[in-house]
Design a protein around this ligand. Structure first.
Ligand SMILES: [Zn+2]
Length: 140
């Protein structure tokens, strides 16, 4: 298996090692492999294919990092035809952007992925609603 060198902040390495120890991983490499698999398959959900989705997406980053805020705003504009609403708030020492986005899985996952790729973004979280299935009982 190839060896890959990855740079990350000390605080994140500490959390990675603590997580590995607490969950009996063989080491940090296994946690990174599992995290990579989870990230790459996150949107692999056949139930969502072809659905019109509403996504509520939150983005959190340090207050005053204008480079991040500028990139978030650029992405908001690039996805303007799919963004139903956007709110920017200051909570504690963080900027918190809340987006409501409408589109198919490719649109929503693309938006979430681009937000996560911004250096120094702390967290990107989301919930999805399959609009075509609202009010319908699931198939048994
Ligand atoms: Zn702000």
């Amino acid at each position: 298996m190839p060896v890959v060198s990855v740079s990350m902040p000390d605080e994140l390495i500490d959390r990675l090692d603590s997580h590995a120890a607490a969950h009996d991983y063989t080491g940090r490499s296994e946690v990174v492999r599992e995290s990579t698999r989870a990230l790459l398959t996150e949107f692999d959900d056949e139930r969502l294919e072809g659905e019109t989705l509403a996504g509520v997406v939150t983005v959190c980053y340090d207050f005053g990092t204008q480079r991040v805020e500028r990139r978030v705003t650029e992405l908001r504009h690039e996805h303007d035809s799919h963004i139903a609403s956007n709110d920017h708030s200051h909570v504690a020492e963080y900027c918190l952007d809340l987006f409501v986005i409408e589109g198919d899985l490719e649109v929503v996952s693309g938006f979430v992925g681009k937000l996560r790729a911004i250096e120094d973004v702390e967290t990107v979280d989301y919930t999805l609603v399959a609009l075509d299935s609202v009010g319908q009982l699931p198939d048994v």
